[in-house]
Design a protein around this ligand. Structure first.
Ligand SMILES: NC(=O)c1ccc[n+]([C@@H]2O[C@H](COP(=O)([O-])OP(=O)(O)OC[C@H]3O[C@@H](n4cnc5c(N)ncnc54)[C@H](O)[C@@H]3O)[C@@H](O)[C@H]2O)c1
Length: 361
């Protein structure tokens, strides 16, 4: 690394994360400002969602897309998919700045990558948005069922998280029964709401919190979940904390407050510092289901769509998250390492093995 570069130099950041390619998309006419990050394509094309978010700074957007795309590499690897890792962020307020022209222009940028990057929904985007992108490029999944796609991946993502929760319960309690367990679901958007539904169907006690008060009221009423304020969630004595909003909610401050035995949710990059906070959770005896292991249902849905969608196969692959989580927990226990380190080891081994396979022509 050149020594005369500031530590926040873009190139230094790319080197630190090990990215293959990062594309900056700027189109003043539509207002598009986006970053597409392709982390690794050893296992296949880089697939990852497009997040539409009002980042405070460009630096924050870059950090997010670099972190998220790297975890997509690991997510697909551990789920056994033939996909690499990528992600995109569009900078803006999804409720105000989203237009057909902006999304289609973004689609043109994806088209120019010739299949090296394939996208899908993420926070701030939905199947309708994918439909616009689809008008410009075929390299998009999660398009509506009416257009031959698999639709919203959120229910499958929630099923995967539910399987991860069950695997953790099995580890702590000896059986994987959710009934009677108490769960805090933070963020009741596309995935969070579906998770609340699955938990309530098996009679878990569910607490919910969201920055959107109206939505909290609706979901609370619909499923019989108890609404709590976002400020007080770490004061609640629940068995499980399921972060389903944005990343970095697990940090030195919140770990100090957490009273649960299990953390398992859908949000990407839940640990503010993977090594430090993974170890802190291990030391405190909190079982952490690595986010990218248990939230792989969404990517599995997208992968199925690329392979010719089969609901049955998608469900089977998603249910396998139970066993994938169990494998991570076993390795963590056997080697006395954090669950994130254990998951990374399993994912990195698969990538290294397949790189070796692909070295022969
Ligand atoms: N949608 C998928 O298929 C999928 C798949 C895998 C992982 N994920 C991840 O799961 C998380 C949720 O995804 P989603 O599709 O449900 O997004 P979403 O935008 O539908 O929902 C996010 C919810 O979190 C709420 N929220 C935002 N900040 C909050 C805060 N500080 N505290 C409490 N609530 C807050 C929002 O109001 C919203 O209701 C994201 O991190 C996403 O990357 C989603």
């Amino acid at each position: 690394m050149p020594s005369n570069q500031p530590t926040d130099s873009i190139f230094n950041q790319l080197d630190a994360f090990g990215h293959k390619k990062v594309v900056f998309c700027s189109d003043p006419e539509t207002g598009l400002r986006a970053i597409i990050a392709i982390h690794d394509t050893t296992l296949g094309p880089a697939l990852g969602g497009t997040r539409f978010w009002a980042y405070k700074t460009e630096q924050e957007a870059l950090q997010d897309v670099l972190r998220l795309s790297k975890s997509m590499t690991y997510k697909s690897a551990i789920a056994g998919l033939n996909l690499g890792g990528g992600k995109a962020v569009i900078i803006g307020d999804s409720r105000k700045d989203k237009t057909e022209a902006l999304l289609r222009k973004f689609g043109r940028y994806i088209k120019n990558l010739n299949g090296e990057f394939i996208t899908a929904e993420d926070v701030g985007t939905n199947p309708r948005d994918m439909e616009y992108i689809r008008m410009e490029t075929q390299h998009v999944t999660g398009v509506p069922e009416t257009m031959g796609g698999s639709g919203d991946p959120a229910p499958i993502a929630a099923l995967g998280v539910f399987m991860g929760i069950k695997a953790c319960i099995k580890e702590l309690y000896g059986n994987d029964n959710v009934t009677g367990k108490s769960v805090i679901v933070q963020g009741i958007g596309h995935v969070g709401e579906q998770l609340v539904k699955l938990l309530r169907e098996e009679n878990a006690k569910v607490y919910i919190s969201d920055i959107d008060d109206e939505r909290t009221r609706q979901v609370s009423k619909k499923y019989g979940a108890e609404a709590v304020s976002n400020n007080s969630i770490f004061d609640i004595n629940a068995d499980i904390y399921a972060p389903c909003a944005l990343g970095s909610t697990i940090n030195t401050q919140t770990i100090g407050k957490l009273q649960c035995g299990i953390i398992a949710g859908s949000a990407n990059n839940q640990l503010q510092d993977e090594a430090l906070h993974g170890q802190m959770l291990l030391d405190k005896g909190i079982l952490f289901a690595p986010d990218y292991v248990i939230n792989a249902g969404g990517i599995i849905n997208c992968y199925s769509e690329l392979m010719g969608f089969s609901k049955k196969r998608t469900m089977q692959l998603t249910e396998n998250i139970y066993e994938a989580t169990r494998n991570v927990l076993r390795l963590s226990k056997a080697e006395g390492i954090s669950t994130t380190m254990a998951a990374n080891k399993i994912a990195e081994k698969r990538i290294a093995d397949i790189k070796q396979v692909k070295s022969t022509y």
